[in-house]
Design a binder for this molecule. Structure first.
Ligand code: SF4
Ligand code: SF4
Length: 354
């Protein structure tokens, strides 16, 4: 950052460089903030005249990616679970297998195991296998825990950032950050696109990221509408294919199939010089969980009126439970920290213009 601050060649590429230029020294909190402001587009590596083989060995995307991973670990709540970020791929795989096994066990050890392979159709067929209240309490508790853990981690990150020299209103900054995050403004490499390979610029990473994020939001909307149907209208799942929860879930599910797959291919084909040193399987684990959530959801939609209902329901619920459980200890947190860094950036810009 000190070299960059003298050079300033990359100041038009993203928010990191303008934020860096307002600093003379870089304490831990500044670096963590800048690291989470970086979208890892790789443009500043490609453009840098001091990148390897130059003796300065400047590689901003890689260094900031490592600082980002360190920040997830440092701000995890509770602290005892911070090591989950280190061998993240392994931890998430074990948790996923365990929660699928839990639901399968639940079904086969019930009072009548033959219901597992019985063909059931119509409203309430899911709840004949696993009672609605059991599902609601289990998923509600895990989701509530995940939200608390994410909130506490986010609070730790927010507090780690250096205080503003001049106070500004928070609401306009949140709105600005929402606009910047919603269109991934700083993932465009200053307009050229994301550099997967040195010398090869593409903008597909942004497209796949959009598909993943908006696919996730549509699936969340489908679950919320389903919950309203259940409690307000007294209508039980499963719903017909043309009903709103299924349409929203299918549209979101398509995004969650294509987006994570595209991002995984992009990451895999990315030039090693641009990859972080300490991924811990985090990217692959999170993308796999999102892909599996969608794939098992579609399997349930396809086989819900066959004898495979029990198996597909248990696998889908197991994957979703593991996804919820691991949300605070995986790549999901990058979205929260980056959004907060964008809020702080908007506040700094507003303070400059005061
Ligand atoms: S990345 Fe390289 S070219 Fe860009 S500001 Fe830093 S030193 Fe200068
Ligand atoms: S967002 Fe792109 S240009 Fe900006 S610091 Fe990160 S990798 Fe470099």
């Amino acid at each position: 950052m000190t070299v960059c601050n003298s050079c300033r060649y990359c100041e038009g590429l993203c928010a990191v460089f303008p934020a860096m230029e307002t600093r003379r020294s870089f304490a831990d909190g500044d670096l963590t903030y800048l690291a989470n402001l970086c979208h890892g587009c790789g443009a500043c590596y490609v453009d840098c005249q001091f990148s390897p083989p130059h003796e300065f060995d400047v590689n901003v995307p890689k260094v900031l990616a490592d600082v980002r991973v360190d920040s997830y670990h440092a701000f995890a709540w509770p602290r005892a679970f911070a090591p989950l970020f280190i061998h993240n791929g392994l931890a998430i795989s074990v948790m996923c297998a365990a929660s699928i096994a839990l639901f399968l066990l639940w079904l086969v050890t019930g009072p009548d195991a033959s219901v597992v392979t019985a063909v059931r159709t119509g409203p309430g067929s899911f709840y004949a296998l696993i009672p609605h209240n059991t599902m609601a309490v289990m998923f509600g508790a895990v989701f509530f825990y995940a939200m608390i853990a994410i909130f506490m981690g986010a609070r730790n990150f927010w507090r780690s950032m250096p205080p503003l020299a001049l106070r500004t209103g928070i609401a306009p900054s949140i709105w600005q950050a929402m606009k910047d995050a919603g269109r991934l403004r700083y993932l465009d490499g200053g307009g050229a696109g994301c550099s997967a390979t040195v010398g090869q610029v593409r903008d597909r990473r942004r497209m796949f990221h959009h598909l993943t994020f908006y696919g996730f939001m549509l699936c969340f909307a489908a679950t919320s509408v389903g919950t309203l149907y259940h409690y307000l209208l007294g209508r039980e799942a499963p719903y017909p294919w043309y009903d709103l929860p299924v349409l929203l879930g299918s549209l979101g599910g398509l995004g969650l199939l294509i987006g994570p797959l595209g991002l995984a291919v992009h990451n895999w084909s990315r030039d090693p010089i641009l990859r972080p040193v300490k991924p811990g399987g985090m990217d692959a684990a999170f993308l796999t969980m999102l892909f599996l959530t969608s794939a098992t959801g579609f399997a349930l939609l396809l086989f819900r009126e066959t004898a495979a209902l029990g198996l597909t329901l248990a696998v889908h619920l197991g994957v979703v439970l593991a996804l919820f459980l691991t949300l605070p200890y995986g790549k999901m947190v990058h979205g929260i920290y980056r959004f907060l860094a964008l809020v702080r950036y908007a506040q700094e810009r507003a303070a400059e213009h005061k």
